[in-house]
Design a protein around this ligand. Structure first.
Ligand code: FAD
Ligand code: NAD
Length: 164
């Protein structure tokens, strides 16, 4: 199995897009963010999520240092923010943070999760950081979607929350 085949196959698993963020306690100068789609819900009781971060990404050391991270699930109009935090086209004017539990989160996102790291597992060239969700908020709107290497906006038909 080659890396190219892995990307081609796993790129067919449609995902949302998040910005993972971290900082030293409420220190605006220490904020670091990066785009990630390797994010998943893990447990409801206790409330756990995980992010898979490349060992070579600056974010990996930063999370190890701070012991916490934020996850902002992006809305359909935030593709430029996603590109910015992936190190592509820079759009600093679009970057504004709100703070929850000492964690910076991206303004305009659909969902904000403020997490404390409870475990970090080495996994090949990535590290899995399991986070306990300490606080969350969410909004209605359309999500940004990543599929086969490109971004799409998912227009939802009918009720956005069929489970009520
Ligand atoms: P850098 O590359 O230095 O920073 C990333 C960017 O964020 C830079 O452009 C920088 O300008 C900006 N930035 C950082 N902090 C701030 C700040 N405080 N204010 C303003 N701008 C700031 N990689 C993974 O490891 N896991 C994934 O799940 C993952 N999913 C991805 C999904 C998509 C759709 C894309 C496009 C990329 C994904 N990547 C993922 C790759 C990852 O986003 C990039 O490799 C990223 O550049 C790694 O960031 P870094 O921590 O090394 O820091
Ligand atoms: P792509 O075609 O590389 O990505 C398709 C899928 O392959 C991704 O959704 C992911 O599931 C997987 N993938 C890609 N790169 C990976 C990596 N380094 N480690 C683990 N899984 C990976 O999409 P693209 O538009 O060419 O991506 C832009 C950049 O973002 C590339 O440098 C890519 O490596 C990186 N990226 C990294 C991850 C990740 O680390 N989990 C995920 C997505 C994109």
């Amino acid at each position: 199995v080659t890396a190219l085949h892995m990307r081609k196959a796993l790129g067919r698993f449609a995902s949302g897009v998040t910005i993972v963020t971290t900082a030293e306690c409420d220190d605006e100068d220490s904020v670091h963010g990066m785009t990630a789609n390797a994010f998943t819900s893990v447990s409801l009781d206790p409330p756990l999520v995980l992010v898979s971060i490349a060992n070579r990404a600056k974010m990996n050391d930063r999370i190890a240092e701070t012991g916490k991270y934020g996850v902002s699930i992006l809305a359909g109009d935030q593709e430029p923010v996603s590109l910015h935090f992936a190190g592509a086209a820079q759009q600093p004017d679009l970057v504004r943070f709100v703070w929850r539990r000492g964690v910076p989160l991206l303004e305009g996102a659909l969902v904000h999760l403020a997490c404390t790291v409870v475990a970090s597992y080495p996994a090949g060239d990535h590290t899995l950081h399991v986070g306990r969700v300490e606080q969350l908020s969410y909004d209605d709107g359309h999500p940004l979607v990543f599929y086969t290497g490109s971004f799409r906006s998912l227009e939802l038909l009918g009720r956005d929350e069929p489970w009520g």
